[in-house]
Design a protein around this ligand. Structure first.
Ligand code: 5RP
Length: 224
């Protein structure tokens, strides 16, 4: 928890009165939103937010952030978590099945800052890649994916059968082993009809990663 808290504290300094922010999802973002809520209450600042999931929306409302739509506002900064970050700042996201809206918001934002605890750092990306799939296309996409990786349908906890995303779709968690070239895999996945989005966030859309640990936090800026 300390790592998430310290990363969130550092990210909090990036938020200014009147800003519109893109809001990612997950437990680290939740910590960040709770801190931002304290600032809103104590300092009386106004923050507008575009949430990437129902979880993010509920937490943002609870913390006094004014919810707006991409039609009205362009986020100045997007704050999001990640499941794994490699040494070039490529990320895998979607542990909370929210990566489709997260990616739209990231692309729509002027700046993207990822907040993680140290355990998320890895030299290379190695964890399963979540792929959001239109249920109608499931059988076809499963066969196509099986040619290039080991896909498995994500099952619900507290619900029988597949989990259904906030967009009404399935998630296939895909084992590619070590991802040597994340952007190439991302491009290949996006050519399959029925694939809505993937959890690969190439480093080119990430401006900085804030890494927290027990003692504090540091910023890693993208170099290329
Ligand atoms: C949700 C995400 C989250 O950002 C990611 O899973 C990290 O979550 P947490 O901060 O709880 O570890 O991509 O789809």
């Amino acid at each position: 928890m300390n790592g998430k808290l310290n990363a969130s504290r550092l990210a909090l300094g990036l938020i200014k009165d009147g800003m519109t922010i893109g809001i990612g999802s997950g437990s680290t973002v939740e910590v960040f939103l709770n801190l931002l809520g304290e600032r809103i209450r104590n300092e009386g600042i106004v923050v507008y937010g575009i949430p990437s999931s129902y979880q993010a929306m509920l937490s943002a409302i609870k913390n006094g952030i004014k919810i707006v739509d991409l039609l009205e506002m362009e986020p100045e900064i997007c704050i999001d978590g990640a499941d794994q970050v490699d040494s070039r700042l490529n990320c895998i996201k979607g542990g909370g099945a929210a990566m489709t809206r997260e990616k739209i918001i990231a692309f729509a934002s002027k700046k993207v800052v990822i907040i993680v605890d140290e355990s998320k750092l890895s030299e290379k990306l190695t964890i399963h890649v979540p792929v959001e799939v239109l249920p109608f296309a499931y059988g076809f996409v499963l066969r196509e994916l099986s040619k290039i990786c080991k896909p498995s349908l994500r099952e619900g906890k507290g619900k029988v059968g597949p989990i259904i995303t906030d967009n009404g779709n399935f998630i296939l968690d895909c084992d590619f082993g070590v991802l040597e070239n994340p952007e190439e895999v991302e491009n290949k996945l996006k050519t399959i009809p029925g694939v809505i989005e993937t959890g690969i966030f190439p480093s080119k859309i990430i401006d900085a990663v804030i890494v927290g640990n027990k003692k504090g936090a540091r910023v890693i800026d993208r170099k290329i």
